[in-house]
Design a binder for this molecule. Structure first.
Ligand code: NAD
Ligand code: ZN
Length: 268
């Protein structure tokens, strides 16, 4: 089957279904310039996600190699400042407007689905631009650009990067305690999982976009949807653990395929 045939088939499935639910991963934002964990050539070739992705790993690295944390943060700030929703995100926003998408469940923390126009976004791994109080759990969202600029200025200002300096600079909750970024690190509890399972159980189509499917429990969502009778459409140029359950697998970039699906839906 050609790519064009597969896109037609995706359009047919989406038209024949009640609203779809999206399940996305890092590949969805690759074309916005945010590197995925497991694809070569990104920041994760220079920085070990296991080392920087756990609380204890971070503290350890901060104590031994504060320069590494500084350059990781500097890199990350520039990447997220430059990242805009790509044509794939924008197509999903337009599909929601057409009544075709009910919810987006994402493992990404980059806020790009919201910026692309989706209104119901379940962020199972949190959001980088939201803070959570270390004491009372209160959450507070920040405007992305001013938040990143603030961290950039703070990094420039701090001569040495150590735990005491970082704790001093963390934003404060109304209760007076420091707030941390509300992202889920390895070993921490996922967020919005109950609502995500409800969406997976209730959808008639699940679009699985740019995820390697190895980070659990979120990675189980496509199986849940399939077991509940949904059709599964996967778009991912690389290998995937979902090949066995996908009713349709399109091995191309989401930023290329989703706008094409949208265009055909609009002219169908
Ligand atoms: P992953 O890095 O494990 O896998 C990325 C997947 O995307 C791969 O299967 C790859 O083949 C595919 N891919 C690469 N380019 C693509 C493209 N243009 N279009 C479609 N697919 C493409 O990512 P994961 O499965 O999301 O798991 C990694 C974890 O890291 C997640 O928990 C996520 O929260 C986090 N993460 C988030 C971001 C972000 O917020 N943008 C970025 C990196 C990692
Ligand atoms: Zn608090």
């Amino acid at each position: 089957m050609t790519l064009s045939d597969k896109i037609d088939q995706a359009v047919e499935i989406l038209q024949g279904a009640a609203e779809a639910v999206v399940f996305s991963g890092a590949g969805m934002s690759a074309e916005s310039g945010i590197p995925t964990f497991r694809d070569p050539g990104g920041i994760w070739d220079q920085f070990d996600p296991e080392e920087l992705g756990t609380g204890s790993g971070l503290l350890h690295t901060l104590a031994r190699h504060p320069d590494r944390i500084r350059s990781f943060l500097e890199n990350t700030i520039e990447i997220f400042l430059a990242a805009k929703p790509n044509p794939g995100h924008l197509a999903l926003g337009a599909m929601e407007q057409m009544g075709l998408i009910r919810a987006v469940i994402t493992q990404n923390v980059d806020n790009l689905h919201q910026e692309g126009g989706n209104s119901r976004v379940l962020e199972v791994h949190g959001n980088l631009f939201r803070q959570r109080c270390l004491a009372c759990g209160q959450k507070q969202a920040s405007e992305k650009v001013s938040y990143l600029m603030h961290i950039r200025r703070t990094l420039h200002k701090l001569a040495s990067l150590d735990l005491a300096a970082i704790l001093r600079e963390l934003p404060r909750c109304r209760c007076g305690s420091p707030m941390r970024p509300d992202v889920v690190m390895f070993g921490e509890a996922v967020q919005d999982m109950h609502e995500s399972f409800v969406e997976a159980d209730g959808c008639s189509v699940m679009l699985v976009l740019g995820t390697s499917g190895v980070v659990y429990p979120a990675a189980a969502l496509p199986q849940r949807a399939k077991q509940a009778g949904a059709k599964v459409i996967e778009i991912n140029p690389g290998d995937s653990v979902y090949a066995g359950i996908a009713d349709l697998r399109i091995t191309e970039k989401t930023g290329r395929v989703l706008p094409e699906i949208l265009q055909r839906l609009q002219h169908a």
